[in-house]
Design a protein around this ligand. Structure first.
Ligand code: FES
Length: 102
């Protein structure tokens, strides 16, 4: 059964930044956008680019490899060349801990 797992502390993810974490073998990107946290799989569905290293504009991240765009609220892909979206993960803040479910 999946459960929320501590993956980082809030101080590790400053506003406007992202980190990559491994959650039970799944690479997950955690984003802090103006104090709201978002988590999606870190592996672009095009050729596996690391979304945690992508440019942020609002809640849209651009894959650093070939420019596909994804909505962090849903995981949906917004622009090519990615063929599909990425899985969005539940993220929760408890005290100063960032918790994610995979
Ligand atoms: S790997 Fe992400 S757009 Fe190509």
């Amino acid at each position: 059964m999946s459960e929320l797992i501590k993956v980082a502390e809030t101080k590790d993810v400053p506003a406007g930044k992202a980190i990559a974490v491994d959650v039970q073998g799944v690479k997950v990107a955690i984003f802090n956008i103006d104090g709201s946290y978002y988590a999606v799989d870190d592996t672009c569905t095009h050729k596996g680019g690391p979304l945690s290293e992508g440019e942020l504009e609002g809640t849209v991240v651009t894959c650093p490899w070939h420019g596909a765009t994804f909505d962090l609220c849903t995981g949906n892909h917004l622009g090519p060349p990615a063929p599909t979206g990425v899985t969005r993960r539940e993220v929760k803040i408890e005290g100063g801990d960032v918790m994610v479910k995979v």
